[in-house]
Ligand binder design. Structure first.
Ligand code: FE2
Length: 378
């Protein structure tokens, strides 16, 4: 959970005050090439003023560990005491992984993976506390609130990471930053957030707080997406979607996800498909896969979002609504639309079963049933 959440268009102007309140004097800005080109990075550097010691935009999609290791080597020389991350999901995942790696001596990529995943106790011995991270999202990935993330190894496997002392010191939910992001990225990342709502609501790890967060987030996101229109959405629509996406992240921190995200991790790590696009395709399919286990959650979500129709099954109501919504927003809804060859489905199924999120799926994941479902989604 973040220590502080500030929200509202323009709230980023309070960034410098907050950095001072936290006692930070040397912060590094982690961002991406798109944010630099759009002038967002310059805007944040100006806001930070003398507190800013350097900017790195060497982030890449799916946060490859080799890029983060190289970044840590470079950034150590700046002696930062905090990290500000501005961007989408891969930027925030990179910043959080950087915060963890910076707590340890420079390490080879293989050691960096061990440190990030905490796969061996020895890998984490002798480290300091990770640097505090302040996050400013420019998409609806929700990565800004999650105390961990995903990286990819050299062979394209997605690896989830976290650290018990990783601290998200503050989050700024500023719709004006989101407005700088191309619409195609925004609509797909919003579908990722919607998928967080679904999978957390019926996850085996769900808790009482999960449904409260997921339902509220689902309402915000579906209302906002219905008002997206064809051009640049109004600022209040972007703010509502941003509030919803951030809550969707808090929902799944308290529950974990399911098979839909396990497949999306394989689509990203192995086949290079953007996480938002993968989610746009998979979300209504993953609800259908779990339909016998998701009835209660679907009832609450449909009611909150006003999607129910008399006498109909809420699972169908939501699945049909989301598929229509994806089409309206110009997003793909079938795996074949991602240029994924049908022969790749067996490999995708194997990757998904091995993904840690699969174990939280309410319907038991059996390989031949999974493959059959992926063929339907293809
Ligand atoms: Fe996601």
């Amino acid at each position: 959970m973040p220590d502080v959440v500030l929200r509202g268009p323009g709230c980023r102007t309070r960034l410098a005050d907050l950095v001072d309140e936290l006692g930070l004097q040397r912060v590094v800005l982690v961002t991406g090439a798109r944010m630099q080109a759009a002038g967002v990075a310059l805007d944040i550097e100006g806001t930070l003023g003398r507190r800013h010691v350097g900017t790195t935009a060497a982030t890449a999609a799916h946060a490859p560990v080799s890029a983060i290791s190289a970044m840590a080597t470079r950034v150590r020389g700046w002696r930062p005491d905090g990290i500000v991350s501005v961007g989408g999901g891969s930027v925030h995942d990179t910043a959080k992984a950087l915060a963890i790696l910076m707590a340890y001596e420079a390490a080879a990529d293989s050691q960096a993976l061990e440190i990030l995943s905490g796969s061996t106790h020895a890998a984490r011995q002798g480290g300091d506390a990770p640097l505090p991270v302040i996050s400013l999202p420019t998409t609806f990935s929700a990565a800004e609130v999650v105390p961990g993330g995903a990286t990819t190894d050299a062979s394209g496997h997605k690896l989830l990471f976290g650290h018990s002392s990783l601290r998200i010191a503050a989050v700024f939910l500023d719709a004006e930053l989101v407005a700088s992001t191309p619409r195609a990225i925004l609509v797909s990342s919003a579908m990722n957030a919607v998928h967080h709502c679904l999978e957390s609501a019926y996850s085996l790890g769900r808790q009482p707080i999960t449904m409260a967060l997921a339902a509220h987030a689902f309402g915000c996101l579906t209302r906002a997406l219905a008002r997206f229109g064809d051009g640049v959405p109004p600022i209040d629509v972007l703010q509502e979607a941003l509030d919803g996406s951030s809550l969707s992240g808090l929902a799944y921190v308290n529950s974990q996800l399911g098979i839909g995200h396990a497949v999306c991790h394989g689509l990203g790590g192995r086949f290079g498909i953007a996480h938002g696009t993968a989610n746009a395709v998979m979300l209504h399919h993953s609800l259908q896969f779990n339909r016998l286990f998701a009835a209660e959650a679907a009832q609450i979500l449909a009611q909150t979002a006003g999607l129910g129709s008399a006498g109909a099954d809420p699972v169908d109501d939501i699945a049909q609504h989301l598929e229509r919504l994806a089409r309206t927003l110009g997003l793909p809804t079938r795996l074949r639309e991602l240029s994924l060859p049908r022969e790749a489905l067996a490999l995708l199924a194997q990757d998904a079963i091995a993904d840690p999120q699969a174990r939280w799926n309410p319907r038991p994941v059996i390989e031949h049933e999974l493959l059959q479902w992926l063929q339907t989604a293809w």
